[in-house]
Design a protein around this ligand. Structure first.
Ligand code: KMH
Ligand code: ZN
Length: 273
């Protein structure tokens, strides 16, 4: 089996003034997509920034970002519907207007540092129904063990997603979420509904590498990128997202699970090939 590597290059939390190498412009996004595909990524999880490098859910910016990635790479384009903790729910629903291949869909509310990343049940259901209607493949984001229970409830009450495959991503190590440990990942994997066809995992900050290793050990896939981790090691800042992708590709190859092609990733996720 090969390894799906997703790159999450930007996120909504880091400011450009604090990290000049964070890709925030459309040109930087396009170049990041091309270089990360070259390094072994097959999917990109995109948060869009405006002309002032601030997170935006403006529909024109979102459409331009999707076009920028498609213009420079063949990566599966996943738009974040999580946005930033300050984005209202109605704007987050409208992300699907930009017609991505995939979107993130977080399965519950979680404290997020001093803020709250809000995902009330009615919002989850509305977004899920919209993904089915628009034929967008959701990636279920799981920040906590309770989110796994909510996924069970969603599949029981609303059926399978578009494409018929169920891909989830554990996001571990968010302050007040599930810790970024092998034990937490093992608990999450053990609790997954039988309908889940694949999982990936990412660890925030210093948990990035341990969670990567734990995911491979559990037969999972990988998400890496500057949304989640800004250093390669203590005192060694990431200068380009492709360094994180390339390291993940090397480790996955060592584990006997080389990077997955985009075509195989599309099949894994239930997207048209
Ligand atoms: N920026 C976080 C508040 C997602 O992309 O769906 C939420 C997040 C999850 O990054
Ligand atoms: Zn995100």
């Amino acid at each position: 089996m090969s390894t799906l590597i997703t790159v999450a290059p930007t996120g909504a939390e880091t400011a450009k003034v604090d990290c000049a190498q964070l890709p925030t412009t459309l040109d930087e996004l396009a170049q990041t997509a091309a270089r990360c595909e070259q390094a072994g990524a097959a999917m990109i999880h995109v948060h869009v920034r405006d002309a002032e490098h601030r997170p935006t859910l403006d529909s024109v910016w979102l459409r331009d970002a999707v076009a920028a990635v498609r213009g420079s790479s063949s990566l599966v384009v996943q738009l974040s519907t999580g946005g930033s903790v300050h984005d209202p729910l109605d704007r987050r629903l409208r992300v699907l207007d930009a017609e991505p291949d995939s979107c993130s869909l977080t399965m519950g509310t979680v404290n997020f540092g001093d803020d709250v990343f809000a995902n009330p049940w009615p919002f989850i259901v509305e977004l899920y129904q919209l993904t089915i209607e628009r034929q967008v493949v959701p990636e279920f984001e799981l920040f906590d063990l309770g989110h796994v229970a909510a996924l069970r409830r969603l599949l029981d009450t609303h059926g399978l997603p578009h494409g018929g495959r169920v891909h989830v991503d554990f996001v571990l190590g968010v302050p007040d979420g599930m810790p970024g440990t092998a034990a937490a990942l093992a608990a999450g994997v053990a609790a997954l509904p039988a309908e889940v066809t694949s999982f990936s995992a990412t660890g925030i900050g210093r948990t990035h590498l341990p969670v990567l290793l734990a995911s491979l050990a559990h037969g999972g896939h990988l998400r890496v990128g500057m949304e989640d981790c800004l250093t390669l090691a203590k005192g060694r800042p990431v200068s380009h997202n492709d360094e994180l992708v390339s390291r993940a590709a090397q480790i996955a190859t060592l584990a006997g699970r080389p990077p997955m092609s985009v075509a195989d990733a599309r099949t894994l996720l239930g997207l048209a090939t």
